[in-house]
Design a protein around this ligand. Sequence first.
Ligand code: GRF
Length: 194
Amino acid sequence: MLKTRIAVMVSGGGTNLQALIDAQKSGLISHGEIVLTVSNNPEAYALKRADDNGIKTLVMKDETSLLNELQNENIDMIVLAGFLKILSKDFIQNFGKPVINIHPSLIPSFCGKGCYGLHVHEKALEYGVKVTGATVHYVNEIPDGGTIIAQKAVNVLEDDTPEVLQQRVMKEAEWILLPEATEMICMEIMKGKE
Ligand code: GRF
């Protein structure tokens, strides 16, 4: 069966990539196939996860060469999974197909420039919110600014540290939400191809 060809872009540990790989194996993602993993960081452990699962990897040099590679691989959509660079407006427009991102808070809280990784949870604890979570959204030129696709809430507990909260948000929200949202977009893309 024809599937949506997915490129996943990573910068670090790749636990969200692993969730996508596991979802593809379990059949939760049935309308898409991860065919390329791209990182701006040659040391990213996420690249090993891709390698271990027979997925082609690429360490990106610049946006122009990346666009060529995405074209060569007939990529239909990009998933940013812990990817820490901001892609330019030109890149998004020239790619011209869906790009989605997972952000570890309930946007519009705790997002935007400089709000990534552990900093997001530090700010949530600093503010004293009782509920946080994760958001999957379309990517445009504004950091965490695109249309929201899906969100999942997670309770903040009394003695949470940023690290403990980050793990809970990943486990109870990100690793569930991103595969579900990715499958939904893959289905929409396949429908558009019928
Ligand atoms: C984590 O902070 C996660 O919340 C966010 O990106 C960071 C790394 O994720 N989405 P990963 O383990 O590389 O997927």
